[in-house]
Write a new protein. Structure first.
Length: 261
């Protein structure tokens, strides 16, 4: 769009264009928007402030990232092939956090399942999970794996339901590892699945130590309809190096420890 036409845009039209650019790029800088739209950086900051208040985006230091709404959880097999290198690094970093003799809750999800792939074969600890996919990664380990009972969901490759919660009630853990569907500083850790949120929320409630969220860059700014926990209930976020530095800084200002894998 020619600069002369851009300058004539009314504020509402300019904000629509900002959202279009965010949909294309997912992350934007104030300076680049100012140049693209031919208005001052102060004007862009006001636009971003308005769009953040409307829940469209999350402002970062010097820019913004798009918030995306997840309506339906992807199938496990689809998630397994998305961002495999980033998930592998995140899983490896999370595996190193499991201490000898510790009891750890492990959530559903493909990144969480990969954690067991990177555990020291000689490590003795207890992992309690409803993630059926994690079992395939546990071969040859000295871990004690407790698979919670319940109704199996092929979509998530996990179990859930009242029997799962009843079984989980017997345990307390020193750490919970949560593979996030979505993570947002305002919305927290979210998922489209009420059944999964119930189990993983209970895991957090029964954790006396750290709550660790595993989130590759595709999960940041994603918001689903069911809250697993608030951001202030999270202690550590393990992310990949593709997450913008300004987003990392926002997490640190919120009191989170960021581990970049």
């Amino acid at each position: 769009m020619p600069p002369s036409e851009v300058r004539e845009m009314i504020p509402a039209g300019r904000r629509v264009r900002i959202v279009e650019i965010l949909n294309e790029r997912r992350e934007v800088r104030v300076s680049s928007l100012s140049e693209d739209l031919g208005v001052s950086e102060m004007t862009i900051r006001r636009d971003l402030e308005r769009l953040e208040a409307e829940g469209v985006l999350l402002r970062t230091h010097g820019g913004a990232i798009l918030k995306r709404h997840m309506v339906e959880e992807p199938f496990y097999v689809e998630r397994a092939t998305a961002h495999p290198e980033e998930k592998e690094r995140i899983a490896k970093a999370a595996a190193a956090m499991i201490q000898p003799g510790e009891t750890v809750f492990l959530s559903n999800g493909t990144t969480a399942a990969r954690v067991l792939r990177h555990v020291d074969p000689e490590l003795q600890a207890r992992v309690i999970t409803h993630n059926v996919g994690a079992l395939a990664e546990a071969q040859g380990l000295r871990l004690e794996i407790v698979l919670l009972g319940g109704s199996y969901s092929p979509r998530t490759n996990a179990v859930a339901g009242p029997p799962t919660l009843e079984h989980l009630e017997r345990f307390r853990a020193g750490k919970t590892l949560i593979g996030a569907d979505g993570f947002d500083l305002e919305a927290g850790v979210t998922t489209p699945s009420l059944a999964m949120a119930s189990i993983e929320g209970a895991m957090i409630d029964h954790t006396r130590g750290e709550v660790v969220v595993l989130a590759d860059r595709s999960k940041i700014g994603v918001v689903a309809d069911v809250v697993i926990c608030r951001a202030d209930q999270v202690d550590v976020v393990v992310i990949d190096d593709g997450v913008d530095e300004s987003v990392r800084e926002a997490m640190k200002r919120a009191g989170l420890r960021c581990v970049v894998a």
